[in-house]
Ligand binder design. Structure first.
Ligand code: DGJ
Length: 751
């Protein structure tokens, strides 16, 4: 609901309000972003500067000083010395001219993706002497507010735009800023800083949203926790260089802004031209980080991912990469496909290496001719055989990049994006210049023809090269990318697109508008994935995480982890398997078959249930809630000697209902006990001998199933879990697990 009365704009739902008012001089004074309030509260929120502060420049002789006002937008050179969300080659002073409120969104002209099913939009027009117009858009969708700005050059002069943020706002109070930063293989490391007088800048400069700095971030009041306290979330529906800054003024106002990174950005606007910024997402919750995540998750599931895939269950997939890399042929792939089918996988994905001279990462990228030596019958023959096994078929592409050793590069070296210096390569690649229409046409035609040549229902869209594009070109590249994605996938809405960029190098809302899921990281070690998925969960729903079980020791860390934990972590996402299935022993096949069957039983809840991060002082715990069924995962890193009692404390249950809680039966390999089997075997066995090696391959043990009944209130207070292995021998009533162990509990309401 959006309304305007007595100079006050009020926006919101039943659960939040956002309010600002016009000042006497036509600025927009921010009043409130938080709990639902009434128009009549506006005066109470309004700033009371008294006689103001010394050492100020006044906007007018009445003593108005912009530097101390909480503003919705701010210019430069008029006395507000805080950071301005806009930079032109001159002072800027935009003042209110008019407003309009209408149903639905304000469509963008430049091709940036937008949230769907916006209910209402407020458009505010601000005018600048000389004929510049700034439009500020505020749209309501779900429980979030979208903001963006548009600059229109209605003057007779050409102007140069150096910076235009999607939004700026001054929030009264002190905040801590949580960001998620990292690198390849180690994405989304969470860190928190207090926002004080020194500006905190959070930005990406790689040309993409990047694994270095995730565009989404949080501001929370000091002391806020997972389930209590005021928390704000911000994100950008954009995949390019992003910028956000937060700074607290001496008067106690925290200025927050976010948009396209201004560094190296310039846009020339000739008379009549406009520049549109991406939509920014602003969200508030009073019930802590979990409360905020819940709102952001339903926003993304309902208004960001493509309509066809909203709340549509994702198949359990097998991906050939970690198992085969480039070394495969049709026979090997079909063998893997039939093994994957037996285990329960529903989709077989052929990763890199199927085209051109692509036998390693040095050649072939840019070409699309199928490698007939590896795949004699081509893609169709392979896809048909996979379909005949009862599985869908999916294919990997990396359309944005080119290897210099490729037919494409030999034919069109000028299509690669370079600067005037000696070319620099990333994974032996250059990016194609997606700002050029002929390059975009080449990609659209070749990817489309490949997709139409066989029954392909899934695409992994990879991108492994950071950009070198500077200036307006970096932004134009992203617009080119969106154009390509739109042209290929809008006519093929039922293809499940999973975006990937050396793992989670482009995990952002812009890509999610086209691809309902994103490959979180090239790191498939579950201990690392715990951190990556946990951090992602603050901003994104589990339906957007591609999460695979791989072989241990893990190729990224050399760490050895239990197969059960690899499955348990991946359950809280879109489950897949990515390892050489030929090397599985029967006990592992049994465990995987059980994992997939279990996941399928609860897939809807794992993918779309209400996700919460639970209290777990000694590990990490997650819960997904699907009404009468709740699933909880409890994960540990290193075991403790002589471990104490441990409780599981759930959330969101019916207090008086009775529930039955059972842990998933996980298979334990006898070999894990090594020489310790002497404690349970009736005869002395050689830990390296034939009997034990055979038993390890064929006869799994149970790591201790726990079942209990309790009321919702008891489960929410914290119920006692079975003892952990404590050096006193195997006991089927204990959790017989070592390092990196975990359990998944099913909690079912009883009738
Ligand atoms: C990088 C991706 O992140 C991997 O999953 C895999 O697809 C490789 N590229 C293939 O080259």
């Amino acid at each position: 609901m959006i309304s305007f009365e007595n100079g006050v704009f009020s926006l919101g739902t039943e659960n939040f309000s956002y309010m600002f008012r016009l000042t006497a001089h036509g600025q927009l004074e921010h009043l409130h972003f938080g709990a639902t309030v009434a128009m009549t509260d506006a005066q109470a929120f309004a700033c009371k500067p008294g006689t103001g502060w010394g050492s100020s420049v006044n906007y007018d002789t009445d003593g108005t000083c912009l530097d101390i006002l909480p503003l919705e937008w701010s210019g430069s050179g008029r006395g507000d010395y805080r950071e301005s969300p806009m930079a032109l080659d001159m002072a800027t002073d935009f003042v209110y001219q008019s407003y309009e409120i209408y149903g639905g969104p304000a469509q963008m002209l430049c091709g940036l993706p937008q949230a769907q099913d916006v209910t209402e939009t407020l458009e505010i027009v601000m005018a600048h002497p000389g004929g510049l117009t700034l439009k500020l858009f505020y749209s309501l969708v779900g429980e979030v507010l979208l903001r963006r700005s548009v600059l229109e050059n209605r003057s007779e002069e050409t102007i140069t735009l150096h910076k235009l943020m999607s939004f700026s706002v001054d929030l009264p109070g002190s905040y801590e800023m949580t960001t998620f930063d990292g690198s390849w293989d180690a994405e989304m490391r969470k860190s928190k800083v207090s926002v004080g007088a020194a500006k905190v800048v959070h930005e990406s400069l790689t040309g993409f949203s990047s694994n270095r700095h995730q565009p989404g971030f949080l501001l929370s009041e000091p002391g806020a926790g997972e389930d209590h306290g005021n928390v704000y979330g911000f994100n950008l529906i954009y995949s390019g260089n992003h910028y956000a800054s937060c700074q607290r003024s001496f008067q106690g106002l925290t200025r927050v802004m976010q948009g396209i990174n201004p560094e190296n950005f310039t846009k020339i606007l000739t008379p009549g031209e406009i520049f549109e910024t991406p939509e920014a997402v602003l969200c508030w919750a009073s019930d802590g980080f979990n409360g905020l995540s819940g709102k952001l998750h339903s926003f993304i599931n309902s208004h960001i991912v493509p309509k066809y895939w909203q709340y549509r269950e994702r198949p359990v997939l097998y991906n050939s990469w970690e198992g085969c890399m480039f070394d495969f042929n049709r026979g090997r792939l079909l063998d893997l496909a039939s093994r994957a089918k037996k285990l329960g996988c529903e989709l077989f994905v052929l990763d890199d290496g199927w085209f051109g001279a692509r036998n390693n990462d040095k050649a072939g990228l840019g070409d699309y001719a199928v490698n007939r030596r590896k795949l004699p019958g081509g893609l169709k023959a392979l896809a048909d055989r996979v379909n005949a096994l009862g599985m869908e078929f999916g294919l990997w592409f990396e359309p944005e990049a080119v290897n210099p050793d490729s037919d494409l590069y030999r034919a069109h070296p000028d299509w690669a994006l370079t600067d005037d210096l000696q070319p620099v390569y990333g994974r032996n690649e250059l990016l194609l210049d997606l700002t050029r229409p002929e390059v975009r046409d080449y990609i659209v035609e070749n990817v489309s023809a490949t997709l139409d040549s066989a029954n392909i229902t899934y695409v992994k869209w990879d991108m492994n090269r950071h950009s070198v594009a500077l200036g307006a070109k970096a932004h134009a590249y992203i617009l080119g990318l969106y154009d390509v994605l739109r042209r290929i996938f809008e006519p093929r809405p039922n293809i499940l697109l999973e975006s990937c960029s050396s793992g989670g190098n482009r995990f952002d809302l812009g890509m999610l508008c086209f691809s309902p899921q994103i490959w979180c990281s090239d790191d498939t070690d579950p201990v690392e994935r715990l951190e990556i998925q946990n951090s992602l969960s603050y901003l994104y729903p589990q339906s957007t995480f591609g999460a695979h079980v791989s072989a241990a020791p893990h190729s990224q860390t050399l760490r050895n982890t239990p197969l059960s934990t690899r499955g348990n972590v991946s359950f809280f996402g879109c489950l897949g398997y990515e390892l050489d299935l030929k090397h599985l022993v029967p006990t592992e096949e049994k465990e995987i078959t059980h994992q997939i069957a279990f996941y399928k039983d609860y897939r809807r809840i794992f993918q779309f249930g209400r996700f919460r991060r639970l209290w777990a002082p000694e590990g990490l715990a997650w819960q997904v809630n699907g009404g009468s069924t709740v699933l909880a995962g409890l994960f540990h890193k290193l075991v403790a000697a002589a471990p104490g009692y441990e409780q599981l404390r759930l959330q969101g249950l019916q207090p008086q209902s009775r529930y039955c809680m059972t842990s998933r039966e996980q298979l334990l390999r006898v070999g894990q006990f090594g020489g310790l089997v002497k404690h349970i075997a009736p005869v002395a066995l050689d830990p390296n001998g034939f009997v034990l090696r055979t038993a390890d391959r064929l006869y799994p043990m149970n790591d201790g199933v726990q079942t209990l009944e309790a009321s919702g209130n008891a489960l929410m207070s914290g119920v006692m879990l079975n003892a952990r292995f404590a050096g006193t021998g195997y006991d089927p009533g204990s959790r017989n697990q070592g390092d990196f162990c975990s359990n998944v509990y099913t909690v079912q309401e009883m009738k």
